[in-house]
Write a protein that binds this ligand. Structure first.
Ligand SMILES: [Zn+2]
Length: 143
């Protein structure tokens, strides 16, 4: 008991100069593995990698083409934040049958990051999800 408090005070100078450096490294690791998918344009955290959604067993990143012929790599997510809807819901040309969509932009930089999909049929599951452009997100390093 007495020796514990004695140890606290007895750091004997330069014996362990690396302590602070070690804790710095740990903090940085926690940040890089928090699983956040970030806006590529402003760095705002948009979603968590844990929220990637596999609809009907599909991969969570799929390629879709819009009526104008533009192809997008879309990742489906069960939840997302820091997004704002900037269009009225419509089910015209919806990539997901039974869902209407709205354009969503990043609240940080107003870049068009993707679409929010809401089930038209109340029984559909999930009732809502997001389809975001993979190329506009930065995924955490996984290696
Ligand atoms: Zn942004």
């Amino acid at each position: 008991m007495r020796s514990t408090s004695a140890t606290l005070w007895c750091k004997d100078g330069a014996a362990k100069p690396d302590k602070d450096t070690v804790s710095d490294v740990r903090t940085r690791d926690e940040e890089s593995t928090d699983g956040a998918l970030r806006c590529r344009h402003c760095g705002l955290a948009i979603a968590r990698q844990a929220d990637l959604l596999h609809l009907d067993g599909s991969p969570s990143v799929q390629v879709f083409t819009n009526p104008a012929g533009l192809a997008f790599e879309i990742c489906t997510l069960s939840d997302a934040s820091h997004l704002r809807e900037v269009s009225e819901p419509t089910s015209d040309y919806s990539w997901f049958r039974g869902y209407c969509w709205q354009i969503v932009v990043c609240v940080g930089c107003t870049s068009h990051l993707g679409w929010r999909f809401d089930a038209v049929d109340g029984d559909a599951s999930p009732a809502r999800f997001y389809g975001l452009k993979w190329a506009d997100l930065v995924a955490p390093q996984t290696n």
